[in-house]
Ligand binder design. Sequence first.
Ligand SMILES: Nc1ncnc2c1ncn2[C@@H]1O[C@H](COP(=O)(O)OP(=O)(O)OP(=O)(O)O)[C@@H](O)[C@H]1O
Ligand SMILES: C[C@@](O)(CCO)CC(=O)[O-]
Ligand SMILES: [Mg+2]
Length: 422
Amino acid sequence: MAMAMAMGAPREQLRVDARAPGKVILSGEHAVVHGTSAVAAALGLYTTATIRPGVDDGCVLDLPQLGVNLKWPLKVIEEIVTQGHLLDPKPAHVASYAESEWPQLGAFVEQQLGLHAVKGADAAVTAFLFLYTSILGLQPVTVRVTSELPVGAGLGSSAAYCVALSAGLLAYCGEIDLPQENGADRKTWIDVNEKKIDLVNRWAFEGERIIHGRPSGIDNTVSSFGYVVKFKQGQITRLHTQLPLRMLLTNTQVGRNTKALVAGVGERALRHPAAMGAIFKAIDEIAEEVVTILLTPSENSGGEKKKGEEIVSTEECGPHPVFKTEQEVRLQELVEMNQGLLQGIGVSHLSIESICQITASYRLQSKLTGAGGGGCVLTLLPHKLSSTSVELVKVDLEAKGFSCFEAVIGGNGVQVSCQTLS
Ligand SMILES: Nc1ncnc2c1ncn2[C@@H]1O[C@H](COP(=O)(O)OP(=O)(O)OP(=O)(O)O)[C@@H](O)[C@H]1O
Ligand SMILES: C[C@@](O)(CCO)CC(=O)[O-]
Ligand SMILES: [Mg+2]
């Protein structure tokens, strides 16, 4: 769709929405922080940031998922920003957050949230205040962020939060073009153009640094650009995958925190550099092999069928046989190995192991996805597995208190929409 600036309406009369997808890491989490390859796909569940004009020279931040609803007079924000240059917004030039430049921010956020704040609310508010003042300066706005993603469950909620916020703020200040309103009731989402996606992605990475400590950048990159990508040391390669991927996502419901898990792996790597280095190398090889498999034409993709892609396995899955192609068998083996290695670096959890065991009894392989320590587990589903068989697995998992859904992956990245307020 052609993009056109929503001309006519001054920004103070606009409501801007930006939405960003979550993600699923197929292979390579944690090791990617240490420079190896990883493969990830956008997940069809979105976080949406809505930005509208503020009232009474104030800034409102509403984060219903975290129980945060804060309102500040702009002069209060001005007071905590002790270094004037930090209030000179340059949306086209990405700046990094340095705690030393914001000496009062930590205590301010803590005091604003009070004693009963949800875990992680401080990081979300800090990331907001940094992105808001850096991109918009001190404009009166009301910002609300809602999400279809579970927060802190390995599906990239922090990255989607930072991407949606960055895109919304950049669109609100005019740095990103907005669609022409079509007059219809239905919201029109448009893709952000490639150059501006890169800008969104870089701001979002700075937000992720506040929440994560040491992000590799894979989560904000997939959320910004969408599709299925290989990521290595900041290099992103879009994979035009030939293998239709089908997977079940199961939430252990065990809360965890990516920052702590990433730091834990870093400390283990310092204690055992050679052993951990060897594991990272093995994970790198697995991710590279996953890339090769995804790029090989398969019988399911409508591509030319190659030797060795016929169904090779008809294992039992409960009362039903599972038909797997050679590629699916290879991919499942890689998933199994990847999970073993993630366990080795200390980021698995009993609940994750339990899900792996249940799905293995159906001859289906699973691995944690994202930072682990709880959160979500992905299970590869062979293309020809019947929906009845999938239901059987789900019933078994849900009987143990887990919740599951079939993932829709590989879709769009960040998008924006706008509406003129009357
Ligand atoms: N909808 C949201 N509203 C406000 N803050 C959010 C929202 N989603 C995520 N966050 C922020 O991100 C934090 C969770 O990020 P974390 O990286 O620990 O988990 P994740 O991103 O869901 O999983 P992973 O990094 O493994 O993919 C929350 O504590 C909060 O600071
Ligand atoms: C655990 C990790 O590898 C993925 C989290 O989704 C962290 C990162 O890459 O930033
Ligand atoms: Mg995260």
